[in-house]
Design a protein around this ligand. Structure first.
Ligand SMILES: [Ca+2]
Length: 193
């Protein structure tokens, strides 16, 4: 009996490490929201970033279970051969779209049809960590995009960023990174109704 318990315990060790990952991501995600919220507060009312303040405020759970829109395709300013745009929305945070280039670089998702979106979640692929700025815009055609919001803060690889801002008539969502110490890349981009 004891040996069975020990066996279970020892098997649980590594398994726990695995399960720990998403939990870690959630904690980091919340921390990111706080950091971004904080930077929004301290930057309140100044120059640019009309949508930034509202957009950066986030206190929602890190793993919404419904309303996720599956994009039909994506294009990007550039892509590493091993980091194609489709890897940014394959549901797997271990696969990465990588511009293979510095900021400014962008990726644009096609949602297939115009919809109303309320949230964009992004899993950061970045090395080294540091200050980044991402402008998220949307619209019915690629040449009629308007700014939905800006994420501005210190970010690190594996962290979830969230933009909670509604926008309607959105078929194309473009995420342009205008500042980063790293090549521009995303592990995963999620769009929600
Ligand atoms: Ca992925």
């Amino acid at each position: 009996m004891n040996s069975i318990l020990r066996k279970i315990a020892s098997e649980r060790g590594p398994a726990k490490g695995h399960q720990g990952r998403p939990a870690y991501a959630i904690v980091v995600g919340l921390a990111a929201s706080l950091v971004l919220g904080l930077s929004a507060c301290t930057g309140g009312g100044d120059e640019k970033g009309e949508a930034t303040q509202k957009a950066a405020t986030s206190s929602t759970p890190a793993s919404p279970t419904s309303g996720k829109i599956v994009p039909t395709s994506a294009t990007a300013s550039s892509s590493d051969p091993a980091g194609l745009p489709k890897l940014a929305f394959d549901g797997d945070v271990t696969t990465v779209w990588n511009a293979g280039a510095s900021a400014p670089s962008w990726i644009q998702l096609d949602l297939g049809q115009p919809v109303t979106i309320s949230r964009v979640r992004l899993n950061v692929a970045q090395d080294p960590p540091g200050p980044t700025m991402h402008e998220i815009s949307g619209g019915p055609t690629p040449d009629s995009l308007t700014l939905i919001g800006t994420l501005d803060g210190n970010t690190t690889g594996g962290q979830w960023l969230e933009l909670n801002q509604s926008a309607n008539n959105v078929r194309y969502v473009k995420i342009e990174t205008t500042k980063s110490p790293s090549w521009v890349a995303w592990r995963e981009i999620e769009i929600y109704k």
